[in-house]
Design a protein around this ligand. Structure first.
Ligand code: FAD
Length: 549
């Protein structure tokens, strides 16, 4: 591949931030704990704004389809094309292979390595409508039989093992995350009223005969009476329906932060009800997997990414960033900068599947506003997240009778608890090492201000957020105590982690325009759903690939 000359390369990489593909840095806490801080895509994203003209590609490659982005959407599109026997495509990986489904790896003192999630960590049992997910899981062998039946047979190794989750409440752990311990009977009755209503919603159809709430979201009923729920917040809907129990409100707020990165007052009531009513997937052996159980792996959803990636030939993968996308009428040209080998290539494609976040695409796809999408007007609320991984070489002592669960949540906490990465591996003896992954969504704040704050945050500040729930559980806010267990700490800051379904999100005209337009550039990203879950990202990858096949 012809290379850029030195002057061209320096010009381009200065414009794009030479650190784009190596965005980790180390921050020290005031007590001397090093924290590796990882900022995927941040440097690349910032530098792409208005700087793409600096690059002159020195080689060209012709492909029928260029896929831009290696997250769930981009890789699902590639997997679909490859499975259909379509081989003339190239996938540009972008700043982070796997995107929000990326994983990380700690090397331990004994020479072993251990993987953990840097983003997504579970997949609910797929709904009846999620045939694309069932197909992928069957292809992986995770669904062993009857993939499209009501109760497929799942590989037991990835069906969540017991104890699945627990809640630290009123000074002790309880089973499950819905608050029960010490909660008055009147509040429990209100919780039951809410869940009974949800059961009803799961089986209710709109005036078009579709289920009200589906995953994928695009298959949900279009009944305007129900979609009008999008005009109020979930908090308003709860007040109107006389839900006042603090324990229920906390739980629902936690659920919105956990899935959407925003709080009850920010979440569209339609999205709030969608969260609870849309899935209902089931597995063959009810004794092994209760309805609504989840699938998980030690490094979260990364194995799905790896499986889809493995269907690609090396020549179909291109490391680097798309820096400029131009529809020339008959073809689309895509400039790709590879900072590591100091080269830039121009792909000439018949079609492009643009599987990067829309706020990035808006800076590099020329004429995106002609397609009806204007970032200022149609850009969604993007919640910032912090994913903190702690390598431990011994497990903290747990008070009986509530052993460490897969997901461990603290009542009243503004954070989202922590997940034990080796949960699925535990059989008789505990493993030598494990990773606790603590999640925090910066809900209820202006995302722009949070992003600015995070870029400047000290090691102490980041650690404080990272350790909050581990402090409630084990007192790890005290560094001396934490040091007895924790050997390494890594924090991933995702400034634009996910599109959040704020009030009115269903009526984003810009996004509808991108879905409906029929140019040579197809968009495929969870942003098109307005909420961010693996199934939605994969759905848009599938839709885009099928349109081209
Ligand atoms: C902390 C966290 C936890 C989550 N937990 C779950 C969970 O448990 N279950 C679940 O279902 N979902 C979860 N999600 C959501 C889920 O991860 C996402 O919905 C899904 O991974 C999004 O995939 P995507 O392909 O739409 O986008 P992304 O993951 O955003 O992928 C975008 C891709 O575009 C690439 N890219 C960016 N710029 C360029 C460029 N210039 N050129 C080329 N490529 C580019 C990136 O490298 C990346 O590969 C979570 C998300 C976060 C942030």
């Amino acid at each position: 591949m012809p290379h850029l000359n030195r002057r061209q390369f320096l010009q381009a990489s200065a414009a794009l931030g030479a650190s784009a593909l190596l965005p980790a840095c180390t921050k020290m806490t005031s007590w001397g704990t090093p924290i590796t801080v990882y900022l995927p895509g941040m440097a690349a994203g910032h530098s792409l704004r208005g700087n793409t003209q600096a690059i002159t590609p020195s080689s060209e490659r012709r492909v029928k389809v260029a896929i831009l982005g290696s997250g769930a959407a981009g890789l699902f599109a590639a997997w679909r094309l490859a499975k259909s026997g379509f081989t003339d495509f190239a996938l540009v990986e972008g700043p982070e292979l796997g995107g929000n489904c990326a994983n990380g790896e700690f090397n331990t003192a004994t020479g072993s390595s251990i993987h953990y999630p840097r983003g997504a960590h579970y997949l609910p049992l797929p709904s009846m409508e999620s045939t694309h997910i069932r197909e992928l899981l069957f292809d992986m062998g995770v669904i062993e039989a009857n993939p499209y039946s009501e109760r497929p047979t799942f590989d037991e190794r990835v069906l969540i093992h017991s104890p699945e989750d627990r809640l630290f409440i009123n000074g002790q752990w309880q089973d499950g995350v819905v608050p029960q311990h010490g909660i008055p009977a009147t509040e429990i009755a209100e919780q039951q009223r809410f869940f009974k209503y949800i059961e009803k919603l799961k089986h209710t159809q709109g005036n078009d005969g579709r289920r009200l709430f589906c995953v994928p979201l695009a298959l949900s009923s279009q009944d305007p009476t129900w979609r009008a729920l999008d005009q109020m917040s979930f908090a308003q809907w709860l007040t109107r329906n006389h839900y006042t129990a603090l324990s229920l409100l906390w739980y629902l707020d936690y659920a919105c932060r956990d899935d959407y990165g925003i709080n009850l007052a920010q979440t569209s009531a339609w999205a709030g009800l969608h969260y609870f009513s849309s899935r209902g997937g089931q597995a063959e052996h009810i004794e092994k997997a209760h309805d609504g159980a989840v699938l998980t792996w030690p490094d979260g959803l990364n194995p799905l990414i790896r499986h889809m990636g493995a269907t690609l030939q090396p020549s179909q993968r291109l490391a680097g960033l798309a820096t400029r996308v131009m529809d020339n009428g008959k073809t689309v040209s895509v400039d790709v900068l590879n900072i590591q080998n100091k080269s830039a290539t121009r792909l000439i494609a018949d079609h492009v599947i643009c599987a990067m976040p829309l706020h990035v695409a808006a800076h590099i796809v020329e004429g995106m506003s002609d397609l009806g999408f204007d970032l200022q007007q149609h850009g969604a609320h993007h919640a910032p997240w912090q994913v903190s991984n702690f390598l431990i070489d011994r497990f903290p002592t747990e008070a009986e009778p509530h052993p460490l669960a897969w997901d461990n949540v603290v009542y009243g906490s503004p954070s989202l608890g922590f997940v034990n990465s080796t949960h699925q591996l535990i059989r008789t003896a505990k493993p030598e090492y494990s990773v606790f992954t603590a999640y925090h969504a910066y809900a209820g704040e202006d995302p722009k201000l949070v992003r600015q704050r995070l870029e400047r945050a000290t090691g102490d500040k980041l650690y404080q957020i990272a350790v909050r729930d581990l402090d409630s559980a084990y007192g790890w806010g005290n560094p001396l105590k934490a040091r007895q267990y924790v050997k390494q700490v890594e924090i991933t800051l995702r400034g634009h982690a996910m599109s959040s379904p704020t009030v009115g999100f269903l009526n984003n005209v810009g996004i509808q325009n991108l879905i409906q337009q029929n140019s040579r550039i197809q968009f495929a990203h969870s942003d098109l759903s307005g909420l961010s879950i693996f199934e939605e990202a994969a759905w848009w990858g599938d839709v885009a690939a099928r349109r081209l096949l």
